[in-house]
Design a protein around this ligand. Structure first.
Ligand SMILES: Nc1ncnc2c1ncn2[C@@H]1O[C@H](COP(=O)(O)OP(=O)(O)OP(=O)(O)O)[C@@H](O)[C@H]1O
Length: 433
């Protein structure tokens, strides 16, 4: 079960957040910033919800930023979502530059808090821990060369690829290679945003424009000023909102919900989707004019199974060493290595990373064996077995089967299972898939 830690000196705020988030995972609360490091050691949360001010009357966020620096410097740091007051846009931007994956303004609608933490859980790897795009296959070398080439421009880039191939890593590399590198990179996961909140999230809203809008709030376009806005899972944006996004991109201005005054924006937009290329040009799903706006350059990130055994082995060694920490990483036995190289990796590099984490935690022998990685090898002949009636095991198998059938496409797998993407992500976390 994913772990969420809330650090806020206001017990009422912390309690409200804990209640809103309890169905997403195990939620722990600390009220004193002095307890933070011990709590991180003890709980090892996936997401930290961090308040920025701890002194009565303080609002500069200095205490929060100092804590944030300490947290993101840790090995396997949690994804950090910072909590700011509505007027503290500048502080939120500084926190994003400092490695927070997102921010939420107080007071929040619960729906928004849940969506925000859910997206952070799905992403999990914190911004600063995102490293190099590894891989020496011709496909990966060419991808890195393209990133260096288009990174330096202002061109909109559409990043295509299955789930877990590294689209967000590509977006971060493009941002780092751009003249906007000193500005923030703000990622918005369209897949986890409730439809009713998309516009206010992207464009902001004016106080009183809807029931929960108790204060005015800047949208993502404004918060990412002078930086890059990464629109992830763009294929999930409903058509009416696509029209508004297109207008914002064309006019380079946004109009907050409930306002009639457009605000100029200065962002570079990167977008990503796991929708197969053949389906992208279906006008019932995607406005072609928006697509043409976003795909000045198209970068295709290949599935892991197409990168060759050397890339798989390189990634295995990288992540096993990463999870071993200071200890020397064990070797992988020859049979396991051959099966890992031949495995289809429907969840791509994310699946490989999680398999390495699992193996590091659970392996007991002197070398890693195939069983340590917890993968189901569909190329091996299935041993005749009594069908299990264990509900958890059945659920795990159903999720694996749906992922395999959907070739790692989360939206499609969720449809096959008849659950929402968010519910599928929770099950992936639960079963360590
Ligand atoms: N080439 C790579 N080298 C090292 N790590 C990688 C590589 N590609 C992906 N990863 C790691 O795999 C995980 C998934 O990557 P990322 O989130 O960028 O994928 P994605 O394509 O954006 O996934 P989704 O479609 O589900 O949002 C991350 O932990 C990332 O650091």
């Amino acid at each position: 079960m994913p772990g969420i830690l809330i650090l806020d000196d206001d017990p009422d705020v912390a309690l409200a957040a804990r209640l809103a988030l309890r169905r997403l995972g195990a939620v722990a609360v600390r009220n004193d910033p002095g307890q933070l490091i011990a709590a991180l050691d003890e709980i090892a949360p996936d997401v930290l919800l961090l308040d920025m001010n701890f002194m009565p009357g303080a609002s500069d966020g200095a205490a929060g930023l100092a804590l944030l620096r300490e947290v993101v410097a840790r090995r396997d740091a949690p994804a950090v979502v910072v909590m700011t007051a509505y007027a503290e846009v500048e502080l939120a931007v500084q926190a994003l530059k400092g490695g927070a994956v997102d921010f939420i303004t107080k007071p929040w609608p619960n729906e928004r808090l849940v969506a925000c933490v859910q997206a952070a859980l799905a992403r999990r790897a914190p911004a600063t821990a995102v490293g190099e795009l590894l891989g020496e296959s011709a496909a990966m070398q060419s991808l890195r060369a393209q990133i260096a080439q288009v990174g330096a421009s202002e061109a909109s880039v559409l990043i295509l690829g299955e789930n877990g191939v590294g689209k967000e890593l590509v977006a971060r590399a493009l941002h780092r290679a751009s003249p906007r590198a000193a500005g923030p990179l703000l990622a918005v996961d369209m897949g986890s945003l409730p439809e009713a909140l998309v516009e206010s999230e992207l464009f902001g809203h004016k106080r009183g424009s809807f029931t929960d809008a108790r204060e005015s709030r800047p949208g993502r376009f404004v918060a990412a000023a002078s930086g890059t806005l990464f629109l992830d899972e763009i294929g999930n944006l409903p058509l009416p909102q696509q029209a508004k996004l297109l207008a914002a991109l064309e006019r380079r201005e946004v109009t907050p919900v409930g306002s009639d005054k457009p605000v100029p924006v200065d962002v570079r937009v990167l977008a990503a989707t796991n929708v197969p290329e053949a389906e992208l040009f279906d006008a019932r799903r995607f406005r072609p004019d928006l697509l043409y706006r976003l795909n000045t350059v198209v970068l295709r990130v290949p599935p892991l199974r197409e990168r060759g055994a050397a890339d798989v082995t390189g990634l295995l060694r990288h992540y096993l060493a990463h999870f071993a920490g200071a200890k020397p990483a064990r070797d992988i036995d020859a049979d396991a290595l051959a099966r890992l190289a031949a495995y289809r990796w429907p969840g791509n590099v994310r699946e490989l990373r999680q398999a390495c984490e699992r193996a590091t935690l659970l392996a007991r022998g002197p070398v890693f064996t195939w069983a340590d990685f917890g993968l189901v090898d569909r190329t091996a002949p299935a041993a005749p077995e009594e069908p299990t009636l264990d509900l958890e095991q059945r659920e795990r198998e159903a999720v694996q089967a749906a992922l395999a059938q959907a070739e790692g496409n989360i939206s499609q797998a969720a449809r096959l299972l008849g659950v929402s993407r968010a519910a599928l992500y929770r099950r992936l976390e639960k079963h360590g898939l």
